[in-house]
Design a protein around this ligand. Structure first.
Ligand code: BGC
Length: 353
């Protein structure tokens, strides 16, 4: 197991970002930069043991800075949308940066995906990793409180990319961190992801309005194209005449994960790519999982190896709390208060069959 490091390029502020290469005992590799905590490259073996890079991304930092739909990034302070960029906490109304029509998306104009994190390689008996730290200042993008964040990325010898999130604040605030890799288990740039077979361990999802803001309802998936309780090709129903699919331009929805106990680490999803046999499981302590099937990819992003990322060439499975929770009192709370610890964990586990 090794961690190596090299310069990756300069940030708009003129600082040098690093690129760390993590290699586990099986030869699986993760390349991660401390700019935005972006996973730039992630290899996984197929059923013959052949590795391929299974995440979309760029070769240079400049391209990430120029235009990236959150490829591989750490997303915060609030992953997903907050309606109209407004919420009220303890009787005080806060106004956030809006960057998705009238709504706030993925932390605003300069979210955690554009921050330069302090980085330190770490190691245990069964994993190599990277410890990333970032202080989000009181008022950043409109959020209250200095928020000290620490994220550990681990590449384990069980072929897992394990992400541990920790945050503390000095004023009441809201937090919802996530990871935004676009996966293609056939290999990045190798066609669309519509034949991937997906299982999501959720009986319900949060239906959205035309701006992709949850209506507040928890709707059963049964009898709808949102139902992935038994494995189903992503493309089997994606173009069906369904109001939710129309609003998302395909799947772009938060699932309410089945859990006996809030905060328990449970299986959220399993994806299998039939040609290569690659399998990815997502396990998380979080209550929700955004399944986004790359509907907004349109070929304008040219990625690693000159690959053109066309419509639905990658999918995201973003573990988090439900979108717009700060305005939905019935959703699990995203409020963090001084003295409390925000602590969540998500694992992407790779195998082949
Ligand atoms: C959202 C999409 C958005 C994408 C890229 C996803 O998490 O659900 O609506 O387009 O991120 O920004």
């Amino acid at each position: 197991m090794t961690v190596t490091q090299k310069a990756f390029g300069k940030t708009p502020a003129g600082e040098t970002a690093q690129l760390f290469t993590l290699t586990n005992a099986n030869g699986m590799q993760a390349e991660i930069t401390n700019y935005g905590g972006i996973v730039v490259r992630l290899t996984a073996p197929d059923r013959e043991g052949k590795f391929a890079d299974v995440v979309l991304g760029y070769e240079t930092l400049a391209e990430y800075i120029k235009a990236s739909p959150y490829f591989g990034a750490l997303v915060g302070r609030y992953g997903n949308r907050i309606a109209k960029g407004k919420f009220t906490l303890d009787g005080v109304e806060y106004t956030l940066a809006t960057n998705n029509q009238e709504n706030h998306l993925h932390g605003g104009k300069v979210g955690f995906d554009k921050a330069l994190w302090a980085a330190e390689p770490v190691k245990t008996g069964e994993a190599v990793g990277l410890k990333l730290s970032y202080l989000s200042k009181d008022g950043e993008e409109g959020y209250p409180g200095n928020l000290q964040c620490t994220v550990h990325y681990w590449l384990t010898n069980d072929n897992e990319l394990k992400i541990e999130y920790l945050a503390e604040t000095d004023k009441p605030t809201v937090v919802n961190l996530t990871h935004h890799s676009y996966f293609n288990l056939a290999g990045q740039g190798c066609g669309d992801i519509l034949s991937h077979e997906l299982m999501i361990n959720a009986d319900r999802f949060t239906p959205v309005d035309a701006g992709l803001i949850p209506t507040g309802e928890l709707q059963p998936v049964a009898g709808t194209p949102m139902d992935f309780r038994t494995p189903m090709a992503i493309g089997a129903r994606v173009n069906q005449d369904d109001v939710q699919l129309q609003r998302g331009g395909g799947y772009d929805h938060n699932y309410v994960l089945n859990k006996d106990k809030p905060g328990a680490m449970t299986l959220a999803a399993r994806v299998c790519e039939p040609t290569s046999g690659r399998v990815m499981e997502v396990h998380t302590t979080e209550p929700g999982l955004q399944f986004y099937c790359g509907n907004f990819l349109d070929g304008s992003n040219v990625g690693k190896g000159g690959k053109v990322y066309s419509h639905r060439y990658g999918f995201c499975l973003e573990s988090h709390h439900f979108p717009d929770s700060p305005n939905k009192p019935d959703f699990p709370s995203v409020v963090l208060r001084p003295g409390e610890k925000y602590q969540t964990k998500t694992i992407y586990r790779f195998s082949a069959k």
